[in-house]
Design a binder for this molecule. Structure first.
Ligand code: SF4
Length: 314
């Protein structure tokens, strides 16, 4: 994913750097151009970025909170339906709280205007969440019949709002409840990375499979490219390792290198019991997000038990 604007929205990718990233996608044989931020639609030359992305013939994916300038909305509304996916994060909030009424209305207008170009996304960061309004919104705005679910993960500081792994099974049950309602309307859920197998009972999992849920227990290098041209595993692990994207390197090589850098964390998981879990041993579950693993290991204390003298001498 190519970062088009920083998280603060103050810095933007230059058109020259964007060209280099398009060349990188080409030599990596990646057929999508994914724009992420911050908020990519705030880029002052957003329409030009879309023009260039469209000229490559690749599928355009924009990750947005939907609160975009009119010019960006207009440009996206002219993209052919099958040429783009506009992933609107409906759980977007401000660091100081929820979206204002005006921002929520703007987000809603974007969703209605872009209609079937839109996939609604929801990032679960606390246990109190309700997916039902999204189901209705898809119907009303004629969006694609998919809801992309994410699990908010801890950043290295742990200061952000994220779902604690102990809450995963309860979140899993809520997802299944919403999936029952959604499936009646032909709407399915898809899972972003970080979901784990033991969030769901066998019965619930069978149900999710029966209603075409795109299930995955993944934690792989997504390969985000930052504004200063560095490839990172993903945002939660962004500070752990950054590799320069040179004019020779391709995505497969960078992914391999990043996977190697974090391989030492793989035997662990988000729970202590992951190390001995049969799902992990068989490769079915990766043990959750490595950002969560890093957080767990950082907090745990090392305990060494010294046997009694008699035991040692026996
Ligand atoms: S590896 Fe860990 S997270 Fe995955 S199913 Fe096993 S215990 Fe759960």
């Amino acid at each position: 994913m190519v970062e088009a604007s920083s998280v603060t929205g103050q810095k933007y990718i230059s058109l020259e750097t964007f060209e280099l990233h398009l060349e990188f996608l080409e030599r990596s044989k990646i057929n999508q151009v994914r724009l992420i931020g911050g908020e990519p639609t705030l880029h002052p030359k957003f329409s030009k970025l879309i023009d260039r992305a469209e000229q490559t013939g690749k599928h355009i994916v924009v990750f947005t909170n939907g609160i975009m300038p009119g010019s960006a909305l207009q440009r996206l509304s002219h993209l052919p339906l099958d040429a783009c996916t506009i992933l609107v994060n409906t759980s977007a909030s401000r660091p100081d709280g929820k979206l204002s009424k005006e921002e929520s209305e703007k987000q809603r207008r974007t969703i209605f205007e872009l209609g079937s170009r839109v996939v609604l996304g929801f990032n679960i960061s606390r246990l109190k969440f309700d997916l039902e309004p999204l189901i209705q919104l898809i119907e009303d705005a004629n969006c694609r019949k998919e809801i992309r679910l994410g699990l908010a993960q801890p950043q290295s500081t742990g200061q952000n709002c994220y779902l604690h792994p102990k809450q995963y099974p309860a979140a899993g049950r809520k997802i299944v409840g919403a999936a029952r309602l959604a499936s009646d309307l032909g709407i399915f859920f898809s899972f972003d990375c970080g979901f784990v197998r033991c969030m769901f009972s066998e019965e619930d999992l069978n149900f999710l499979r029966s209603v075409n849920t795109d299930i995955g227990w993944r934690c792989n290098p997504i390969l985000d490219i930052t504004l200063d041209g560095k490839a990172i595993h993903c945002y939660p692990l962004g500070e752990g390792c950054q590799l320069q994207v040179t004019e020779e390197v391709n995505a497969a090589e960078l992914r391999q290198e990043l996977a190697k850098k974090f391989a030492y964390l793989r035997p662990a998981g988000i729970y202590p019991e992951c190390s001995t879990c049969a799902y992990k041993e068989s490769g079915e579950c990766t043990g959750g997000c490595l950002g969560g693993v890093t957080r767990r290991l950082r907090r745990s204390s090392v305990q060494i038990t010294v046997p009694d003298r008699e035991v040692l001498e026996a």
